[in-house]
Design a protein around this ligand. Structure first.
Ligand code: ATP
Ligand code: MG
Ligand code: MG
Ligand code: MG
Length: 494
């Protein structure tokens, strides 16, 4: 029930506020303000970037922050931290999740940060010590970065067994916000969901038996545009713990989807989608050939992301964060129509359940669920109509291919640009017909697209530019023309 969730969240906030003098700061919206280096807020520290970098306006309230605690809405789809492809495949990566965090801006450093984290987990939350492992930065010789032996010592002094303190390299234990920005070595706490054996080898593997729950970053550098590391004016602490993973630990569940944050959504999916069967095995190792389990996870995850993003003013669209959101929506629609055989309008019916689960979150959610549903329905209808049109174009192309078994890249590219088909979807649709995609031609067009975009200074995340001069003649050769009545493209099959 949701009160238990609130309790887990509240315990974190209260611990740092009441016992360790932190100031509570509200979550920022998921769309970062004034930071073009980010598509979405990907960590609790984003809103504090100017403090780390020393660029904060000295007259602002933020300039006085020393110890801060918060729970931040995060989205990791696109940009440096992009988990979209993992979502649904595993049971602990989401596109939208909540990150609990505490910060020290030039105040306490490694020793206190580790001690507090350990005290909270093993004391307040009562997590058994013999289920926890910690990692620290093992250094990087080529970059001239030393191993963080200090942190290893700190964990030993706290009483962690030496075989549970593990060094890792840049990928896992040197945290960076984006291509540029604050960064530094980190120490992480991992939870063993099984117990009773040594699983040090599973830390930072892809196993769902041992999952990273909390990251404590020691901010010491800024990654500059030229790739170099610049030492920051002061040492800071930046931590982040995923609420969904914490709740899974506290509720003794192997999968985030088996916790109170998701089970009401699974029930709603079962009710809303007429042919769905509730497999109830969000964490099953049983083969999921029909992808029903995966569909449950993808839909439950994506509807949360859609609801929160739209509430924060990011609508599905054609570039940047909006394009990413459109991709999320289309992925959800595909799983709901193709796997769960839904009828149009089903997806949006899940929105009230999302709002109910996240009810203690900002009011923008509670007040706006009807308009959020409308936006989802409109976009779903648009995609379904594109799918229909796309299928007809694909069929017509197949008829006119004169025995070739390679699907022309020009047609695929056109559908991608004009109807917004994700390329991976097109490939699947074509392969289902027993034909291979001309990926070479597609790669060529993508490269060209990149060049044109660079010339016009369009952003990396803009949807593709028109390469009509290239693809039109080929399409006509296949008996396909289209009219470009922006914003709508209409294909006609001659
Ligand atoms: P992982 O290695 O599991 O991908 P990460 O190292 O990328 O996680 P951090 O950047 O260290 O994650 O973020 C801090 C914490 O936020 C993690 O320890 C985890 O609890 C949580 N977290 C990160 N990514 C996700 C996600 N996609 N979904 C849910 N929780 C996440
Ligand atoms: Mg990650
Ligand atoms: Mg990690
Ligand atoms: Mg991490």
């Amino acid at each position: 029930d949701t009160t238990e969730l609130d309790a887990a969240r509240r315990m974190f906030i209260e611990f740092f506020k009441e016992r360790h003098g932190h100031r509570v700061v509200p979550s920022a919206p998921v769309r970062p303000r004034g930071d073009p280096s980010l598509l979405f807020v990907n960590a609790g520290m984003n809103q504090f970037k100017p403090i780390f970098l020393g660029t904060v306006d000295p007259r602002s309230e933020m300039a006085r922050y020393r110890r801060v605690v918060n729970s931040q809405k995060c989205v990791r789809a696109g940009g440096k931290h992009n988990d979209l492809d993992d979502v649904g495949r595993d049971v602990y990566h989401h596109t939208f999740f909540e990150m609990l965090g505490n910060w020290s801006f030039g105040d306490y450093f490694k020793e206190e940060a580790c001690a507090m984290a350990w005290q909270l987990l093993t004391g307040s939350y009562g997590i058994p010590r013999d289920r926890l492992y910690v990692s620290y930065f093992g250094g990087d010789r080529t970059l001239g970065l030393e191993a963080d032996e200090e942190t290893r010592e700190i964990w030993l002094n706290i009483g962690v067994q030496p075989n549970r303190i593990l060094p890792f390299g840049m990928k896992d234990n040197f945290w960076e916000m984006g291509e540029t920005g604050p960064c530094g070595p980190c120490t992480e706490i991992h939870y063993d969901h099984v117990g009773g054996r040594d699983v040090a080898h599973l830390v930072n593997s892809d196993s769902s038996d041992v999952v990273e729950i909390w990251n404590l970053v020691f901010m010491q550098y800024s990654r500059e545009a030229d790739g170099s590391l610049r030492a920051l004016h002061q040492h800071s602490v930046d931590t982040g713990m995923g609420l969904e993973r914490l709740v899974a630990v506290l509720q003794g569940k192997r999968s985030n989807y088996d916790t109170d944050l998701f089970t009401p959504l699974f029930s709603a999916i079962q009710q809303v989608f007429p042919h769905a069967v509730n497999r109830k095995i969000a964490c099953s190792k049983v083969a999921d050939k029909s992808k029903v389990d995966m569909a449950y996870r993808v839909i439950a995850d994506h509807i949360r992301a859609l609801t929160v993003c739209i509430a924060d003013g990011v609508y599905p669209g054609m570039s940047g964060a909006q394009l990413v959101l459109r991709h999320i929506l289309r992925r959800a629609v595909r799983f709901s129509t193709e796997v769960l055989k839904s009828t149009p309008g089903s997806l949006s019916k899940l929105v009230p359940t999302v709002v109910h689960i996240l009810v203690s979150r900002p009011t923008s959610l509670r007040d706006r669920h009807l308009s959020i549903m409308d936006i989802i329905n409109d976009n779903e209808a648009q995609f379904l109509s594109s799918l229909k049109q796309g299928r007809r174009v694909i069929d017509r192309t197949l008829q006119n291919m004169n025995g070739s078994t390679v699907f022309p890249g020009s047609v695929a590219w056109s559908l991608h640009c004009h109807l917004g088909f994700p390329l991976d979807l097109l490939r699947l649709m074509v392969e289902e017909k027993g034909v291979a995609m001309d990926t070479e031609a597609l790669d060529r067009l993508a490269l060209e697209n990149k060049k044109v975009r660079a010339q016009t200074q369009a952003s990396e995340h803009d949807s593709c530019v028109d390469l009509d001069v290239k693809v039109l003649p080929e399409l006509q050769g296949l008996g396909i023309t289209y009219t470009n009545d922006l914003p709508k493209y209409q294909y006609s099959l001659g």
